[in-house]
Unconditional design. Structure first.
Length: 241
């Protein structure tokens, strides 16, 4: 498989406090890769650094798009898209207008059809089509997460960076959102999934990185990480044994 993004020896600091220390990872085409860890482990910081929203040291490269620069805009043009934990929707705008904004960066791209992408997003999230005239601030928590994902997909990304998509959702909605994330493979989208819900993330991921206080504590195929005794004790609970 071809590598979409590769990061080597990433360090991110807030003043004198180093939140991420020496982290290296890569994401390949067709993969769901997860970064899991406790609250405060540095997961969101790492994700924001990969997107260019935070300064960092180390190397971040996009092998399939070697001309891509390191600005946020260049990363978006390279097909990288971030869905933040806060979702950052435009609450007083309709669902459909929020989705249209997601496609804005592709408006001058030859052969790009907003109608085709709308059809893909509405097929993935039928509820958004039902509520397309509603304002985003009238949606439920699960519907808002669907809208955040749908808006990101409107830019036709190659790689989607997802920050805690299950946060604050009821278990039935968590299952639905994770099912849709798996279905993104069919749209040609790879995923880097940051999650505190280790059990849910490992159930759908191909490869996993475990972050502890800013340092990689473990990595490997998701099923191997999930079976590791230390992982079970620290993140999955005794029931997983």
């Amino acid at each position: 498989m071809s590598v979409l993004l590769e990061a080597t020896d990433i360090h991110v600091s807030y003043g004198r406090s180093e939140a991420v220390r020496g982290v290296s990872l890569k994401i390949e085409e067709g993969q769901i890769v997860t970064v899991i860890g406790a609250n405060g482990a540095g997961k969101t910081t790492l994700l924001n650094a990969l997107m260019g929203l935070l300064p960092c040291t180390g190397t971040i490269s996009f092998p399939l798009t070697p001309e891509a620069g390191l600005s946020v805009i260049a990363r978006v043009d390279a097909g990288i898209c971030l869905v933040p934990e806060t979702r950052d929707l435009f609450g007083t705008m309709s669902v459909e207008d929020n989705l249209k904004l997601g496609a804005f960066c592709r408006r001058r791209q030859r052969g790009f059809s907003t109608g085709d992408v709308f059809a893909e997003v509405y097929k993935l999230f039928p509820r958004l089509k039902e509520r397309r005239r509603q304002n985003a601030n009238t949606l439920s928590g699960g519907e808002r997460q669907m809208l955040a994902l749908g808006r990101a997909l409107m830019s036709r990304p190659k790689l989607l960076l997802l920050d805690e998509p299950s946060l604050g959702l009821a278990p039935v909605l968590v299952k639905e959102i994770l099912t849709r994330i798996v279905e993104l493979r069919g749209l040609g989208v790879s995923v880097l999934l940051v999650e505190q819900n280790a059990r849910a993330a490992l159930a759908i991921a191909d490869y996993a990185y475990v972050l502890e206080t800013g340092v990689l504590a473990m990595e490997g195929a998701a099923e191997i990480v999930a079976a590791d005794a230390r992982m079970v004790q620290s993140y999955l609970g005794t029931a997983a044994e």
